[in-house]
Ligand binder design. Structure first.
Ligand code: ADP
Ligand code: F6P
Length: 321
């Protein structure tokens, strides 16, 4: 067996399902007779040796909770070689030879650095953005999309009463997936994402035509990566003269209880990461592609841009007349 003792941490932006992933890592490690430790506050906790041993009960009653019981941090010191050395030494001094990092792209790069210092690492895709390659979905994405869809349902009611249009700004940094899936699922008229060029004048004209054809509201979902929702609303209004209200959903998208999809994904991936470490694997990003668990070199994961699903985008466009 190539690892006897492993640790788990959560890093970067939090997401729903991180706790379910921590639980899976801890319980799977114990099932396989490994010692398992938790690091508080991501890489910051590694540098400060904020590490504690976990048992079965340490992860009780957390599968349903949003946030992360391990807390998370963005740590500048870890970006330096000295910081990374300190982190690796703290793990080695405790005899910890494997580490599961739950986070986004930046956290994966951190895991990459530690693996070069002799720690066996596994990355789990924990981010609502769904912007990590070599997995169909990231942990938290399904819950975030459900939150947006619920919000749009509510907005529709009042927008219809007042015959208004509504710009809903959603998260996703450089990735339009939250906007795409939430837009399709909520029947939004327009989806604006960084991956697809758009012309706001055309958007405004189409809205006017649809209203003239009897539509009583208009929902525009815009990904934060294309700019501020407020500016988009003003530009559209300047073209078609229609009153547009803006809702920025913000961090609400990152909280709350994870959906069953995120809990199942997190549970599968957490257990898989432990089993890969036991099998002697290292420096891999774990994912699920077409239902199958896969482990891909972290170098490749962080250097690959995830494909945008144009088929879904075009479908949303066809259905939203
Ligand atoms: P996310 O993991 O959600 O993408 P960040 O990009 O903020 O979030 O990254 C989380 C943390 O990972 C950073 O605060 C830093 O400590 C570490 N990190 C990010 N990029 C690197 C890098 N290139 N090398 C080493 N560590 C990194
Ligand atoms: O977790 C990813 C993300 O939600 C992005 O969509 C967003 O840009 C970013 O985090 C904002 O995070 P914070 O406010 O924590 O910097």
């Amino acid at each position: 067996m190539s690892v006897k003792s492993i640790a788990v941490l959560t890093s970067g932006g939090d997401c729903q399902g991180m706790n379910a992933a921590v639980r899976a890592v801890v319980r799977s490690a114990l099932f396989h007779n490994l010692e398992v430790y938790a690091v508080q506050r991501g890489f910051l906790g590694l540098i400060h040796d904020d590490i504690r041993q976990m048992d079965l009960r340490s992860v009780g009653d957390i599968i349903q909770r949003g946030g992360t019981i391990l807390q998370t941090a963005r740590c500048m010191e870890f970006m330096t070689e000295e910081g990374q050395q300190k982190a690796a030494e703290n793990l080695k001094r405790r005899g910890i030879d494997g580490l599961v990092v739950i986070g986004g792209d930046g956290s994966y790069q951190g895991a990459n650095k530690l693996s070069k210092l002799g720690i066996k690492t596994m990355g789990l895709p924990g981010t609502i953005d769904n912007d990590i390659a070599f997995t169909d979905f990231t942990i938290g994405f399904d819950t975030a999309v459900s939150i947006v869809v619920d919000a749009v349902n509510k907005l529709r009611d009042t927008m219809t009463s007042h015959e208004r249009s509504s710009v809903v700004e959603v998260m996703g940094r450089h990735c339009g997936d939250i906007a795409l899936y939430a837009g399709l699922a909520s029947g939004a008229e327009t989806i604006l994402v960084p991956e697809v060029p758009f012309d706001l004048k055309e958007v405004a004209t189409r809205m006017r035509e649809n209203f003239d054809n009897g539509k009583r509201h208009s929902i525009i979902i815009s990904a934060e990566g294309i700019g501020k929702g407020e500016e988009i609303a003003q530009t559209i209004q300047s073209y078609n003269g229609m009153e547009a209200r803006v809702t920025v959903l913000g961090h609400i998208q990152r909280g709350g209880t994870p959906t069953h999809m995120d809990r199942v994904l997190a549970s599968r991936l957490g257990d898989f990461a432990v089993r890969r470490l036991i099998a002697g694997d290292s420096c891999k990003g774990c994912g699920v592609i077409k239902g199958e668990l896969v482990a891909t070199d972290i170098d490749l994961v962080v250097n690959t841009k995830k494909d945008f699903n144009m088929e879904l985008y075009n479908l949303a466009l066809r259905l939203s007349q």
